[in-house]
Design a protein around this ligand. Structure first.
Ligand SMILES: *Cc1c(COP(=O)(O)O)cnc(C)c1O
Length: 361
């Protein structure tokens, strides 16, 4: 079976972890600091704060900006649930703006329509590894005095007009095993703002400013040195992983273009899309239904996945909170998207098998 995602763990990760275990310092320590410095350097930000998940990164970023009860944060409904839930954690209200058809990312024009006097922040999600339209989003944020918190959990190394995502506002990354790089579980906050970085460090560790002096409410969101040791190895290979993803995507698009009812991913010319996912649309014009196509793939030993089958405003949790938005592009995307394997461990033969499964229909 060709899996939809597969982390690449080599001997260097294994020996780096072993060295940490042998050192006896296994919770947050020097390796975390080293990983933070390396990640900040990679993203082109002054500061990076390592945490134990992407969800924790989002939660902390919102809290560090003082967002809470009575505030509204505009985000995409077409994303993983953690994006919107992190807003709920703070007591603020997620407000959903519909997506662009071509990129699946939040549409700047729809953000504009959702701004109220309570809006405090915009949380764009660089979905599938493709940066949002940051020029327009930055302009809207500036005009209305809003904070930008980027959900870059799927976009390590992605660029918009030559600048890395996570450097436009406060950036949030995930290192879950399916992501472009991993630490097992883990996350990172990136920022150029010294105060935000300092607050994030405090919130990560029970609001502690110095040992056993707790100034604000915080959590235990710390990363371990074991995870950071893995992260340092993975970061060193991220460009190579991403280039492989990009080449795999180019191959797939080259072979899957021109098939009736199958729309390959659209790439904006001013972005570097790092293909966390390779997501096509299967429209009604396609020979068979999306479910039937998935079954055909399965029969040929190719795993596929639907990211995401239900937009967040339609999730039971959000229905129970009274959300009844109609966001047509997101709702349509949910019925059409299909992600095919694109990860860096795919062989040439794997890629041929993916293509053949469709061509045989
Ligand atoms: C993975 C992911 C998250 C959450 O990251 P975790 O590390 O799993 O907590 C948040 N947002 C998006 C878009 C993600 O893909």
């Amino acid at each position: 079976m060709i899996p939809i995602a597969k982390p690449i763990i080599d001997e260097d990760e294994i020996s780096a972890v072993t060295a940490v275990l042998r050192s006896g310092i296994i919770a947050q320590g020097k390796k975390v600091e080293e990983f933070e410095a390396a990640f900040a350097g990679f993203t082109g930000t002054k500061y990076a704060v390592a945490v134990n998940s992407g969800t924790a990164a989002l939660h902390i970023a919102l809290l560090a900006h003082g967002i809470g009860q009575g505030d509204e944060v505009i985000t995409s409904p077409f994303t993983f649930i953690a994006t919107a839930n992190s807003i709920l954690f703070t007591g603020a209200r997620p407000v959903f703006a519909d997506i662009e058809e071509e990129t699946f990312n939040i549409a700047p024009d729809n953000i504009d329509e959702k701004i109220t006097p309570r809006t405090r922040a915009i949380m764009p999600v660089h979905l599938y590894g493709q940066p949002c339209n940051m020029k327009k989003i930055m302009r809207i944020a500036q005009e209305h005095g809003l904070v930008i918190i980027e959900d870059a959990c799927q976009a390590h190394g992605a660029e918009y007009e030559g600048k890395k995502v996570g450097s436009f506002g406060t950036g949030c990354f995930s290192f879950y095993p399916t992501k472009n790089m991993t630490t097992g579980e883990g996350g990172m906050i990136t920022t150029n703002d010294k105060d935000i970085a300092q607050k994030a460090r405090m919130i990560r560790s029970h609001g502690q400013k110095e040992r056993y002096l707790h100034e604000i409410l915080g959590y235990n969101y710390r990363m371990t040195d074991i995870a950071a040791a893995i992260g340092l190895c993975q970061l060193g290979k991220l460009e190579e992983f991403n280039n492989k993803r990009i080449r795999n995507a180019e191959f797939l698009t080259g072979r899957l273009s021109g098939i009736k009812g199958l729309i390959p991913p659209g790439i904006k010319s001013n972005t570097k899309h790092v293909f966390h996912q390779y997501t096509v649309r299967i429209t009604q014009d396609f020979a068979i239904s999306r479910d039937e196509l998935r079954q055909k793939f399965m029969n040929k030993g190719v795993a596929t996945e639907i990211y995401y089958p239900l937009p967040i405003h339609r999730q039971p949790l959000y229905q129970s909170l009274g959300y009844n938005d109609h966001l047509p592009n997101s709702e349509k995307a949910a019925t059409e998207v299909l992600s095919l394997p694109v990860h860096p461990s795919l062989t040439k033969e794997d890629l041929e098998n993916v293509v053949r499964a469709i061509q045989d229909i």
